[in-house]
Design a binder for this molecule. Structure first.
Ligand SMILES: Nc1ncnc2c1ncn2[C@@H]1O[C@H](COP(=O)(O)OP(=O)(O)O)[C@@H](O)[C@H]1O
Ligand SMILES: [Mg+2]
Length: 316
């Protein structure tokens, strides 16, 4: 099949990007993300082949809105761009590179992150080290979001990148974020239903600790490949972790999970408190490789919770 590439119109910074319309990295309800290359300094783009174009160029990501209204597309991109720029130079957040608000196809360009936590889960590559990288960074991530006067509103494994070179978690997708500068409950524009979401979303409110709950759900998924539901879900999550990893969870770790997943938003730890709890657990157990998967046939392998391999794509 012939590969067809499209150069974009010049961006805000006067750059031109090359993308292939069927090379979609990922897609949510509102947006599509493509792998793209900045070809502004490449003299000849006619007849360019993928290999020639990309060998020496750094991959980037272009996000396009899927809204059918051009003005809505522009508003969405503009909004996300402004939110993303609040996290410039913070390495736990995907970095803004460029954008264009030109109709009909406004776009946002960001750095490329090699993996999402979701991909790693589905490839059976989640391991003890990544769990701790996540835990140790998540308090700071939540604190940074809060300090910028934002609730991310959609923390989940498909919106969390991971760069193995720097071992950094990278937050992306501010498409459902809300700004607020007071530390209280706020009405959501729409009720949000979803297995990842905290109970307050289902009644139409977002709290300063809603992101913490979702980060706890991501942790549960990373450790079990599954999200429990119902009144005893936290205890079931703990049981699942103990069963899948063949261990008794130390209280310091249970406290983290119980705190993050508390159905009452007022009881969840603040980011600073979460950091203290994680440090305590790390000091107690971090150096032991406790999160190992018990494989079929009782064979322990040190990395890769590969029973998760066959999870359906984007189940959550
Ligand atoms: N910077 C990035 N690097 C690598 N993959 C990305 C990047 N941004 C987005 N993606 C991929 O595209 C998917 C959709 O992008 P996202 O920003 O989450 O938009 P949506 O609003 O559509 O969910 C992500 O889940 C991820 O798989
Ligand atoms: Mg997303």
């Amino acid at each position: 099949m012939k590969e067809v590439f499209f150069p974009t119109p010049k961006s805000k910074h006067g750059r031109t990007y090359l993308f292939q319309s069927d090379n979609v990295l990922g897609e949510g309800v509102h947006c599509k993300a493509f792998e793209v290359y900045d070809i502004s300094d490449t003299a000849e783009i006619k007849d360019l082949k993928l290999s020639e174009a990309t060998v020496s160029l750094t991959p980037l990501v272009m996000k396009l809105s899927k809204s059918s209204s051009p003005n809505q597309r522009k508003a969405r991109i503009q909004r996300e761009m402004k939110l993303l720029k609040k996290f410039n130079h913070h390495l736990n957040f995907v970095q803004y590179v460029d954008h264009s608000l030109r109709l009909p196809s406004p776009y946002l360009v960001t750095e490329f992150v090699p993996h999402t936590l979701d991909d790693l889960l589905q490839q059976g590559k989640m391991d003890n080290e990544m769990i701790w990288d996540y835990l140790i960074q998540i308090g700071l991530v939540l604190e940074t979001i809060e300090q910028r006067g934002i609730a991310h509103g959609d923390i989940k494994t498909s919106n969390l990148g991971y760069d193995p070179d720097s071992a950094k978690i990278k937050v992306f997708d501010f498409g459902l974020s809300l700004s607020y500068d007071h530390k209280c409950l706020m009405k959501l524009p729409q009720k949000r239903e979803g297995i990842y979401y905290p109970p307050e979303f289902k009644v139409g409110f977002i709290s300063p600790t809603s992101d913490t709950y979702m980060a706890g759900r991501a942790l549960e998924l990373m450790l079990t490949g599954y999200l429990t539901q119902g009144p005893d879900s936290v205890q079931e999550a703990i049981d699942n972790i103990e069963l899948f990893h063949d261990l008794t969870l130390p209280d310091s770790f249970k406290n983290i999970l119980q705190g993050m997943l508390d159905p009452n938003y007022e009881e969840r730890p603040l980011p600073q408190e979460l950091r203290v709890m994680v440090n305590r657990a790390w000091e107690e157990i971090g150096t032991e490789n406790i999160f190992q998967s018990l494989q079929y046939g009782e064979v322990r392998i040190p990395t890769g919770m590969s029973w998760l391999l066959n999870l359906p794509k984007s189940k959550y």
